[in-house]
Design a protein around this ligand. Structure first.
Ligand SMILES: [Zn+2]
Length: 61
């Protein structure tokens, strides 16, 4: 126990306290890092073959 605001620490850098303006991050940079991670994770959905198109039966001939 060292700080009363221990649960208000930025989850990205885990060093600086959060700022209301960038909640729940400490800065725009950390908010940007989190957004980048979120977007990257959104491109690939584990367990789903979203990029494999279903073959069209009419394309056989
Ligand atoms: Zn931060």
């Amino acid at each position: 126990m060292k700080a009363a605001n221990s649960n208000n620490i930025c989850p990205i850098c885990e060093k600086n306290p959060t700022m209301p303006k960038f909640h729940p991050f400490c800065s725009a940079r950390c908010a940007d890092v989190d957004l980048g991670r979120w977007l990257k994770g959104n491109y690939t959905i584990p367990g789903e073959k979203a990029d494999v198109p279903e073959p069209d039966p009419d394309d056989i001939y």
